[in-house]
Design a protein around this ligand. Structure first.
Ligand SMILES: [Zn+2]
Length: 295
């Protein structure tokens, strides 16, 4: 009898122990699920935070122009592709891109900037590194002013030296790229690490040299654009012209084109260019052109 009782007690005890264990393991399991959920949530939060920071970082980057000046900018690649086909049409809408090469100069650039401000129009500056160096701190300040005023900044090489860029009149892509990179680095140094430009202008014009298909492949791969012109004031060719003659030349070569990329220079000795600007700008305003920048 005693043995029987003992057996019953032992069995009851075993059942209760197994039951309690089950309850314990159930509770433990629930706790693990909750922890896992928390871990997943935390991972998600970190991932979202990372994405948000990346987006914020991306927004800081400025290509060619400052953030506020994007509204005046136009995709240079589209214009460049059209120009390759000599297509200057734009569905009846007229756009002009005033472009200034070979700056910055401490003499002419300030005058050009003053006129652009007075006329409230935007332009694109194709800068050369050597002239930036020549102008030292003053040149750097002028580039900052160009950028701040909503103009586009583009690269026109460092040396502007045909013998370096196109020895034997044929492109040397390696020296071409290292020459342009020098100016790129200078511009980043002046305008900050978030600045870059995807627009270049080949000294002498893309149209003037052999072996340029290599450059085209490189530009295509790097989402860049080489921008020539389809009108000019001829302030760097032929006989020296006064402001009136420059304006007439610019107008003559722009006529009948819905898209105009006008070549001018704001380098040393081009005072007449600055003087010709009001008349040139007036022509485009009178003829319903919108002033845009190339980025
Ligand atoms: Zn040039």
């Amino acid at each position: 009898m005693n043995r029987k009782k003992l057996a019953i007690v032992i069995i009851a005890l075993l059942i209760s122990i197994i039951g309690v264990n089950k309850i314990f393991s159930f509770v433990e399991h629930q706790r693990e699920i909750k922890l896992e959920e928390k871990r997943i949530q935390e991972e998600k939060r970190i991932e979202e935070e990372k994405k948000r920071k990346e987006e914020e970082e991306k927004k800081k980057y400025m290509v060619g122009v400052n953030h506020e000046a994007k509204k005046y900018s136009y995709d240079a690649k589209i214009i460049s592709d059209k120009f390759n086909k000599y297509d200057y049409s734009n569905n009846g809408e007229r756009i002009v891109f005033l472009t200034f090469d070979d700056g910055t100069s401490t003499t002419v650039t300030p005058q050009v900037l003053r006129v652009l401000k007075e006329e409230d129009v935007k332009a694109t500056f194709f800068l050369t590194g050597e002239n930036i160096e020549r102008g030292q701190e003053k040149a750097k300040e002028l580039i900052k002013e160009e950028f701040k005023n909503g103009h586009a900044i583009a690269n026109h090489s460092y040396s502007h030296d045909y013998k370096i860029l196109y020895p034997g009149r044929t492109l040397n892509l390696e020296s071409f790229n290292s020459d342009f990179k020098k100016t790129d680095d200078m511009l980043k140094d002046i305008l900050g690490k978030y600045f870059s430009t995807r627009v270049i202008r080949c000294p002498g014009g893309h149209m003037s040299w052999k072996g340029m298909d290599k450059l085209d492949t490189y530009l295509e791969k790097n989402n860049m654009a080489s921008m020539d012109w389809n009108a000019l004031s001829a302030d760097a060719e032929g006989k020296r012209k006064n402001a009136q003659e420059l304006a007439e030349y610019a107008i003559k070569t722009s006529q009948g084109k819905e898209i105009v990329v006008l070549l001018m220079h704001d380098t040393y000795g081009k005072e007449e260019t600055a003087k010709s600007l009001p008349q040139i700008i007036k022509y485009f305003k009178d003829n319903g052109y919108a002033f845009k920048t190339l980025v």
